[in-house]
Ligand binder design. Sequence first.
Ligand code: FEO
Length: 664
Amino acid sequence: MYCTRKVTDDLTWVGADDRRLACFEGVYGVPDGVSYNSYLLIDDKTVLFDTVDKAVSRTFFENVAHALGGRKLDYLVISHMEPDHAATIDELTLRYPDVTVVCNDRIKTMLGQFFRLSDTLKYHIVKEGDTLSTGKHNFTFVMAPMVHWPEVMMTYDLTDKMLFSADAFGTFGALNGHLFNDEVDFFTDYLDEARRYYTNIVGKYGTQVQAVLKKAAGLELNYVCPLHGFVWRSHFGDFLDKYLKWSSYTPEENGVMIAYASVYGHTENTVNILACKLAERGVKTKVFDTSVTPASYILSNAFKYSHMVLASTTYNAGIFVTMENLVHDIANHNLRNRKVAILENGSWAPTSGSLIKKALSGLKGTEFIGETISLKSDITDAQLAELDALADAIAADVNPVIPAFEPVETPDALPVDNAVFTKFNYGVEVLTTRVDGVDYGCIINTACQVAACDPKKITISVIKKNNTCDMVMKAGKFNISILTEEAPYSLFQHFGFQSGRDVDKFADCEHNERTANGVRYIPQYTNAVLSCEVIDVKDVETQMLFIANVVEAKVLSEEKSCTYAYYHAHIKPKKNPAPEQKAGYVCKVCGYFHEGELPEDFSCPLCHHGPEDFEKVVPAVVKKQKGYICTVCGHFEPCEGELPKDYTCPLCHHGPEDFEPAEQ
Ligand code: FEO
């Protein structure tokens, strides 16, 4: 009997779960099973996107027949030739001999390697950017080599804005009836298995994954349909964030993954002592026994954490077999940018430490922390101090201590003149972010590069009372669009002088450009956009200071950047002084105004009426109000004394430091 689910009115999932598989690809245990996804589109033409593993072929063919509803199958789009998706292609072509196979050249070559298909089988060969129309739906093809094999391609449905993403964005685990990501608590229940799937299957090919993510960044996505795991129809940006981290070998957490291989428990005990010392120093640890936990789980955690400790006994004059397998896996998966500490054991000739170091030393960005601790059987009392030193070194690197500075007394210092702060040469930017599918943005003038390392780092500070500040805290990601001198005042008013709590600032926006993190940017009146991931936050009284990694950056135009000074001098409108009222007489007949006293023989120069038709005009005495004017947005706040220290401008939320005394 068929077992299918609708993705959309036109598209049906015709895949299946497999819970009997012991080892995916013969090596990765899948205790929660795995799904093989295939999708059937009903349009003027019918299209099947990939097939499934042999293990679930019976259900699959019943699903396809049911979803076709008696129609013939016109196209089979093949994304990937690995047999977990391609094993049933030969049987499919026997059941539907009139089908046209849509694939690229490499896939066609592999079809010949795996199968002896009919010579009469029809092919439609595509390459990057080619299109195919099936009636209502129009498709384009995106080549994705090495994600996960060299022939892989993705298919984008321009009509429903749907990406058939091949292995990318998949996860281990059966679907258990839940087809969509929002039918489960993905980030609580499935993220670990999604990470294990990514790191083990395509972790080696981070560069190629990044290349595909850049292509995907230009696509509007309502659905992402991978070959394993859930169909994404919401919060995809959050999953994309994980892919950006994993593919750039950026740790998700500051902490230590400790893996040990121990035959009689001495190495294990030493590792436990080290874990205690690290915990006492406030360092998060996750410890694995390589003889118990399969390497795929440990590798996944090596990707997750910033640091690792590898501890192994020496065996046959080499690394203990289970640790050797793990080290081999880490090296083969090209893990980069990790800090590694090593502990070895060997009752008469310890060698495992130097061999581990040699195996990992070629990995880009790998740094070794501390001296290798070398045990001969059990740890000695003297070596406890070595463990302390190693724990200190690791803790200092995981959680660097910033020394507290004592305020310095400077009794002769001049008072702080707020005008000094207008002399800084700030740029002006639109800060944008996205939370729960809603876009937010505000004007800032505080973006600043603080480190040129890889990834580059910037800081921004945002007024705490700004809604966008709260949203950046929630999202952990943001974009900076750098404004140019062409930016109109209305843009500053739109993003700067109203709150996202009251209005949707993007409600009538005709543009919807986004970077790969799913966050909007401003494509007009800007010359560059940077996508950033928050790595640290400091509370600085009125503002929050965000420190962030730059994960994407592109130049949008060669226009000059707008500085804060330029905004004040050339964009912000000048206030017109109120016209001065004068004393005199106005003619009641024609309105002519005569300044000063009216002579007795005066005759109106316009209507020739005499003084009897004039009435005196006395200028109203306007009592000027004392207060403060916001130098950012021009808001005038009546105030007799000082502005309260916690005062914030009702328009732009700037504090008293951005106000200057004024009378109106
Ligand atoms: Fe799911 Fe690379 O096959």
